[in-house]
Design a protein. Structure first.
Length: 480
């Protein structure tokens, strides 16, 4: 039997895609390989959020060139964010990637249902047991889950926000939501198979069900007004792409589809669901109604990851982030009002084109004001194919970007140290994710990582741990 091996890079969305990729490969008759050396088909599920991510993929692929010379039948495929054009077939971008040794196959992740046919084009003898018609869409593929206890469930694909530095809308296409019942069914099946924690995934989960595609396709029934989706008017039209300065929408008269979805999934607690999370919302679509759910729904955890990217309004505008610093901080205030102990994390970019020292310092101030528990920080690097790479001068020197990055990191470390210290002596609930001998680790409801020892096999179990030591970014404790 032929074997496959997948190299996955990037965010949870990509790891979730890999679960579907594995499932379809096994339906096509492949078995999983432990290493690339024993694989007949090596796949790269790629990320291109930063140059470093692409460089890692190219570095890894170079290693395969020699392997392919020795084993000409070795098939090498590439999918994910490095595949940027709207079609899998006949695009310039795909042609470029296909010329890259040792690549044989290039396809958009949405085109996964066509994989059997694509392999056949390269290996005419390949007998595909499933035709394209068997799998109407990517979401119809039942994933092969890495973990049965903690599962990821994608609720939408694509993105309509078109932030100037981001390749995702070009790699994944326009935002489209899955029908609600399909998501609830997938969650119910996961809980039935033992899932204790579900994380709903999407590029902007809080706009679930309200994109233009959703309205046109009628995928999710929404009563009330059409939201103010000004960013769907076209690409790169400048000012008219921006929402109003505070990100306000037209008055909505019905419950938001994402709120309804969370309520529906919360009902699965009766069947054994313990924890519900989502990643990531966009500040423009985030709202008080959603925040309040964190105190109303038993399974919804006290952790919100709300990417801000910059604390300065001019930089936010250049990034086309469609909200202001004031709007963002108001959301933080509402979170603290309704869920005072909620952990909050964010994403911040240092050294965006044109960012002055003064403007950067507003990001530092914002981090302090919001008291963020965690931040994922990056130094800006232009990504080919994005608006900023084409139109904005990458004018912050490399050394200055690094200095700003370290300042962000130092600020975060200080805030985080204080946040973690608050857990000293407390007993926290931990969902055990890993165990190596006696050393166990898992996360609390606030998404804090905890290490402790146990002689019992605890992976997948919810346990109580008394915190005996706190660090800048983790907790240590003893099983109670
Ligand atoms: S919201 Fe912006 S950064 Fe996030 S995926 Fe969409 S375009 Fe990219």
């Amino acid at each position: 039997m032929n074997k496959y091996f997948i190299n996955t890079y990037g965010c949870q969305m990509n790891y979730s895609d890999t679960e579907r990729l594995s499932a379809i490969l096994e339906q096509l008759g492949y078995a999983p390989a432990q290493t690339e050396n024993e694989a007949d088909f090596v796949l790269f599920n790629t990320c291109s959020i930063r140059q470093k991510a692409e460089d890692r993929v190219y570095g890894q692929m170079r290693k395969l060139v020699r392997m392919k010379r020795e084993r000409p039948n070795l098939l090498v495929g590439i999918t994910g964010c490095m595949v940027r054009e709207s079609s899998t077939i006949n695009s310039e971008e795909q042609d470029k990637l296909l010329k890259q040794e040792p690549v044989d196959l290039v396809f958009k992740i949405d085109d996964l249902p066509k994989l059997g046919g694509l392999i056949k084009e390269v290996q005419p003898d390949f007998k595909t047991p499933i035709s394209e018609g068997d799998l109407e869409s990517y979401f119809h593929i039942a994933p092969k889950r890495e973990s049965k206890v903690q599962v990821w469930v994608p609720i939408q694909t694509g993105c309509d926000k078109f932030c100037t530095y981001c390749i995702v809308p070009f790699a994944r296409g326009r935002e489209t939501s899955r029908p609600m019942q399909k998501i609830v069914d997938e969650c119910a099946a996961a809980v039935e198979s033992g899932a204790a924690e579900i994380t709903l995934l999407g590029q902007t989960v809080d706009s679930y069900g309200i994109s233009v595609q959703d309205k046109l396709g009628g995928r999710v029934k929404i009563d009330g007004e059409i939201p103010n989706v000004v960013f769907n008017q076209g690409i790169f039209k400048g000012e008219n792409m921006m929402a109003s300065s505070d990100g306000a929408r037209q008055k909505e008269t019905a419950e938001r589809p994402f709120v309804t979805l969370l309520k529906e999934i919360d009902k699965l607690k009766a069947k054994g669901l313990k924890r519900l999370r989502y990643s990531s919302p966009h500040p423009q679509d985030f709202c008080e109604e959603l925040i309040i759910l964190h105190k109303e729904l038993d399974t919804l955890q006290p952790w919100i990851h709300l990417p801000v990217q910059s604390g300065n309004n001019k930089v936010l505008k250049d990034m086309r982030r469609t909200y202001t610093r004031e709007h963002y901080l108001n959301l933080i205030k509402l979170i603290k009002k309704h869920v005072p102990d909620c952990a909050i994390s964010t994403d911040i970019i240092a050294g965006f084109p044109g960012e002055t020292e003064e403007e950067f310092m507003e990001s530092i101030d914002l981090m302090k004001e919001m008291e963020c528990d965690m931040a994922f920080m990056a130094q800006y690097s232009p990504r080919r194919g994005t608006y900023s790479a084409k139109h904005l001068k990458d004018d912050v020197p490399k050394e200055e970007k690094a200095r700003r990055f370290h300042m962000l990191n130092d600020t975060l470390t200080e805030i985080s140290r204080q946040k973690y210290a608050q857990f000293m002596g407390q007993t926290v609930e931990v969902l055990v994710e890993r165990q190596d001998g006696q050393r166990c680790s898992g996360r609390t409801p606030h998404y804090k990582e905890v290490f402790f020892n146990s002689g019992r096999d605890l992976v997948g179990k919810l346990v109580s741990v008394k915190v005996t030591k706190t660090d800048n970014f983790f907790l240590k404790g003893e099983l109670v």
